[in-house]
Design a protein around this ligand. Sequence first.
Ligand SMILES: [Zn+2]
Length: 573
Amino acid sequence: MALDLLIKNGTVVDGSGMPRYRADIGVRAGRIVEIGRIRSAAEKVIDADGLIVAPGFIDGHTHMDAQIAWDPLGSCSCWHGVTSVVMGNCGFALAPCKPEDREWFARCLTAVEDIPTEAMLAGIDWNWESFPEYLANVERLPKGLNYGMYIGHSALRMYAMGRRALEEPANEDDLRAMEAAVAEAIRAGALGFSSSRATTHITPDGTPVASRIADWHEIDRLVGAMAALDSGIFQIGPDISGGEAQRLFYERLRRVALESGRPIMFGTLATKQGVDPNPWDYSTRYIDETVALGGRMYGQGTTRSINAVFSLKSYLPFDGLPAWKEIRALPLAEQKHRLTDPEVRRRLVADEAKMKPKSSELQGGGAATTDPRRPDYANLFPMLDVDWDDPSIADLARRQNKHPVEIIIDLCLENDNRVFVQPLVNESPEDVLGILKHPRTLATFSDSGAHVCQEMGSSLQTHLLSYWVRKRQQFTLEEAVRMLTFDNASAWELPGRGLIRIGYSADLVVFDEEHVRPRLPTVEQDLPGGARRLVQKADGIAATIVNGVVAMQNGESTGQHAGEVLKGRLAAS
Ligand SMILES: [Zn+2]
């Protein structure tokens, strides 16, 4: 019988970490059916001579919940070899949601994840109320990627408790309603339950998001609802606002791990912000100890710094200052014209002295861009390239004997697509390496779909391959591919994915190991309603294949959307 797809002459890196080998791969009806020197005919042939063929990358930490309604591609992850994602992280979700609460939910998502409310109201056909109805909606939508999802604590609490969710502890009736909804979601196919206690997660009024109002007893009960079904992952945004806060958070989370037995995941990041921050290996030691006591726990790491991103076309740190406000309200061409005027420049530089000084409060990408402190110019970098060895604004100011603000203005005028990055966490690459090398951490956490104009984490996979494998030689290609595929498929219990094996789903990526790398990000105005976002693509990825169908070729969508919903064990598919 003819094959649907034949990938010929490639070098297979199969996802297990085992050494590469040359082979053709045959695909039929969405699955890998043959690996070897294939003689059968195929409807479509990809010549992968000189290229690597690997399982498609899996990203377990995204916020594509809203974007999936208007973006069948799954950008920006689709440009970085990703074929499967998990959304609904950190408790933020669009279900369950009553029809009259849609705008409230959208505004909360805007506040915490910088997904524009106008894009959500214009771009989403809100045809669900319950979680199973949302999942059925995702099933119907055209999808270039596979999507798994959690039921999110903040959404669930707002659904069950209304406005009380932002103020009160849950009463027994609330708890029973939420437990039932968690169980219903797990049976429908949710991969788990997500929550957050991160101090960076706030509502439009600056108050804590709903999940942060919950006490730990509520978390025990809701994770307990999953434990009763022996199914589902618990993902939580950790409190890392300071060393002591993190210690208390970790201690209490350990009890959840040991009592429920459910797999627990949380962001494992290094930070120099906050009060008395713990070193990165405090987290990895904690995970090891919890596992030794009988818990199941994974750290979610990423492959580089998480940054606040600034540019002339989006946010600049100075936007709130009076002289700046006047200029920034003008059309871009007019702004650029004014920025050449020496008198204007003098006023803009002078205004900077009025900025709030840096405090010990830990800022995420949200506050760092919308409520910025006077920048530490030694920790603010123009992205001249993607190798992360650019001089800081402080270095450039010293070299040119100019004020740092003038350096930023000059760089914006030179190229209005120039972005500036301020590392918020994972400031030191060596800390990132330590986290990545730990066997209980996962290379995930792009946050794709969120912080659309504030951060840019979608390139974590191509950064791992270009920087840590090729440039720094800290991992073999086989190890790095395993981290992005088999490890994540195993942690999220995704059956039949994450390896190149007969019978497995044909989720594949074909790339050039010598040239794969992220491109520089740009600011585009392509969201529904014309809202802006950061876009980052990659070089060196020849194709991605999702369930046997070529989804992307040379960075362009083929217009075919064969993605599926990734469901937990209890869902009848
Ligand atoms: Zn998140």
